[in-house]
Design a protein around this ligand. Sequence first.
Ligand SMILES: Nc1ncnc2c1ncn2[C@@H]1O[C@H](COP(=O)(O)OP(=O)(O)O)[C@@H](O)[C@H]1O
Ligand SMILES: [Mg+2]
Length: 378
Amino acid sequence: MANVRLKNITKRFGSVTAVNNVCLDIPHGKVTALLGPSGCGKTTILLMLAGIYKPTEGEIYFDDLQVNGIPPQLRNVGLVFQSYALYPHMTAFENIAFPLKLKKLPKAEIQKRVEEIAEVVQIGDLLDRKPGQMSGGQQQRVALCRALVKKPDLLLLDEPLSNLDARLRLETRAEIKRIQQELGITTILVTHDQVEAVTMADQVAVLKAGVLQQYGTPKELLEQPANLFVASFLGDPPMNLLQGELEYQEGRCYFRSGRSLRLPVPPLAAKGLQKSPGQKLILGIRPEHLTITWERGRAPWRGKVFLVEFLGRDKLLDFRFGDQSLRVLVPATFPVERGEVLGIEPQVEHLHIFDPQTGLALTGPPEGLRACSDHEPA
Ligand SMILES: Nc1ncnc2c1ncn2[C@@H]1O[C@H](COP(=O)(O)OP(=O)(O)O)[C@@H](O)[C@H]1O
Ligand SMILES: [Mg+2]
């Protein structure tokens, strides 16, 4: 199997629309993440791909084959859930061997396949243990082996790291990525954690309330968010969002927010805007795209440091302008005290401008990046 395609997929449970007209092309051999807050329809999409749920509308294709009517056991997909769901009375070996036993493979063949996959996942030394004698991370790797031993065409992972503590999560994240690359298996990763999606996936589909918001590489989503939801869901610390309006003077375009903030809008960004003075807008800029400057007179913005937050390698400075807050990321070694007045320079090429009514980016990505095919982002 090469590619997976969702074509105008909708899933309703009674009056609840869990997935709303989603189109996605999922490429072969890559990791695609489904990212969004709890309840946005991620698991429902995964279960439709596995064949456990049937779409209410739309079609699912594995290559050119429409699979809507094909039952789960004939789809050759491997599923791994947040809860490892291993059989507690069986050893790791028996757990991994289980799907092959169901297929009635010869004993020697089962032995060989389990050992092979255990070596790839590097749990060869755990095969005699029962789940109770393993850590959460080890159990999750056994569950991964159980999904992979069938040599599935498609690996579906539903929040596989959620039950692990922070350090194990990092380790297991890297492990899954390594195994995926080694096997070259098409993988769909469901997660609500944007860091997980951005670090593990080749492309990310962002969902909100069952509707696809944007589909692209992590870089595209971070640098060219299609709307306010994507802009604020991805990135850590989150993007600054300021409310204001447009102002024109001597042919130049400015963004004004309150009395103290007035910022030239670069011509390229201004190009996409309607020339209507007073038009309400939201300006977005990430904390890492603001620079502190000592030349106060020249800086477009000046502010008093309201709060200094240590984030390990960085410090996050929080400035307040009226009721709006602006956060700036600086190195941890940067000398700064609460109450100091500093100049702030935005890197104008990283400005984003959004329509507060629709939430859509006005300086946004080329059409093709917004979502896929015939789908309108909400
Ligand atoms: N079997 C079901 N019956 C009724 N409603 C469901 C069922 N499964 C999911 N839902 C609803 O569909 C929406 C999406 O759920 P889900 O796909 O589990 O979200 P996610 O995995 O993103 O947290 C939620 O509103 C959820 O309550
Ligand atoms: Mg879920």
